[in-house]
Write a protein that binds this ligand. Structure first.
Ligand code: S3P
Length: 425
């Protein structure tokens, strides 16, 4: 995919549905009694992997683009899958589903693509084993494929060493099959979509400070879910409109859950002109229209408790920082190394290839912004967020940029390049 310098971005975009919320709508809908109707579902490859896993376990799911009907069979309605469950590239599918599988009365194996088979799974195996689950890594390397022998589980109070919604959600889901109240305490608050949606489905679940608690054997009832636009997808247009001069972009119906909105807070601290046009707080997930105008940006420090609220946006924030005046420091973000690619290494390598001045650190990077960037061949390492971040970088660069494996955007945003092109005047 070749991208060139843009002189102005204008228009309105409705970004696809939130990936985290879409996954959960299928999982919790399958475990609920009765029909769950989902609108604005993300029909990207990751969420389609979740649908296919649940179909393999006997759940009837009708998918017509962004409209999905899930015929839930209740907490104990899943059936033994015929073969290995394939999560594709999706960490959310493997980790959340493992929590559910641990409490079933059948055994299963779950795996995924080359990237998923390198991602750390001990972080879920350890707490699940503490709950009495039988789960092990078939290659004994702490990664998928994971073999799970479902059985009855014990409630635990887990002190998680990482702020990870995938770990937290995995334990809470296993906790539904436990023998008492299961609790998870995190070092910092991670996205709370599971807590909000499980509560909406009727689970007895609560949060106090850094601790989430769930009661066992909830009776979940099928619901209607309107998935908000994914702020992680909106992030690319926010950054693009800020960088390209004379731009004005309206993003419709974006999820602004406070456990996900760190990007907006950081952009504002960098001097960004972002207006929340209309806010809707009626459903379980707050959303709003966002109006973005090009801005003169300056460097900032991104660290501490805000990191989990913008973890997926750090690659594009690094691009933004390269176009800002002064230095931006990202720290406390070692998790970047275990995402779909090592995002510290890949972001640093690609930004430096475009002429930026970026130094990688153990838990982040230091970006000395303001130097003009030029085009370069960008290797995405099959990481969708790298492809989209560098498409944004290309719009402000002086010569053409070639995104080499751009097709990986299908993971979370199949129509990304069409939407981006629609804004270029
Ligand atoms: C997600 C949680 C985050 C995020 C991922 C989606 C989720 O991962 O990076 O893209 O849906 O729960 P971690 O839980 O590993 O931080």
């Amino acid at each position: 995919m070749k991208l060139t310098h843009a002189s102005c971005l204008r228009g309105t975009i409705t970004v696809p549905g939130d990936k985290s919320v879409s996954h959960r709508s299928v999982m919790f809908g399958a475990l609920a009694n009765g029909l769950t109707e989902v609108t604005h579902f993300l029909s990207g490859a990751d969420c389609l992997s979740t649908i296919s896993c649940f179909r393999q376990m006997g759940i009837d799911i009708e998918q017509n683009g962004t409209h999905v009907l899930i015929h839930g069979k209740g907490l104990h309605g899943l059936t033994s899958p015929s073969g290995t469950l394939d999560a594709g590239n999706s960490g959310t599918t493997v980790r959340l589903l493992s929590g559910i599988l641990a409490g079933q009365n059948f055994s299963s194996t779950i795996t995924g693509d080359e990237s998923i088979q390198k991602r750390p799974m001990k972080r879920i195996m350890t707490p699940l084993q503490q709950m009495g689950a039988s789960i092990h890594s078939l290659k004994e390397n702490g990664c998928a494929p994971l073999a799970i022998q479902g059985q009855s589980l014990h409630a635990i109070h887990y002190q998680s060493p990482v702020a990870s919604a995938q770990v937290k959600s995995c334990i809470l889901l296993a906790g539904m099959y436990g023998d008492g109240i299961t609790q998870v305490t995190e070092p910092a608050i991670s996205r709370d979509h599971s807590e909000r949606m499980l509560c909406y489905f009727g689970a007895r679940i609560s949060s106090e400070g850094l601790t989430a608690s769930i009661e066992p054997e909830p009776c979940l009832s099928g619901r209607s879910i309107q998935v908000p636009g994914d702020i992680s997808s909106a992030a690319y247009f926010i950054a693009a409109a800020l960088i390209v001069p004379d731009s004005e972009v309206l993003l419709k119906n974006v999820g602004i859950n406070p456990t996900r909105d760190g990007m907006l807070r950081v952009c504002r601290a960098m001097g960004a002109d972002i207006t929340v046009v209309s806010e809707n707080t009626e459903g379980p997930e707050p959303c709003a229209d966002l109006l973005i105008r090009s801005s003169t940006l300056h460097g900032t420090v991104i660290e501490g408790d805000i990191i989990p609220t913008l973890i997926d946006e750090l690659p594009v924030l690094a691009v933004l920082a390269a176009y800002a005046e002064g230095t931006t420091i990202i720290r406390d973000a070692a998790e970047l190394k275990v995402k779909e690619s090592d995002r510290i290494a890949v972001v640093t390598e690609n930004l430096n290839l475009m002429g930026a001045d970026v130094t990688p650190t153990d838990d982040g990077m230091i970006i000395r912004g303001g130097a003009p960037l030029h085009g370069a061949p960008i290797a995405c390492h099959l990481d969708h967020r790298i492809a989209m971040s560098f498409a944004v970088a290309a719009l402000g660069a002086e010569s053409d940029t070639d995104i080499l494996d751009a097709d990986c955007v299908r993971i979370s945003y199949p129509t990304f390049f069409d939407d981006l092109n629609s804004l270029i005047q």
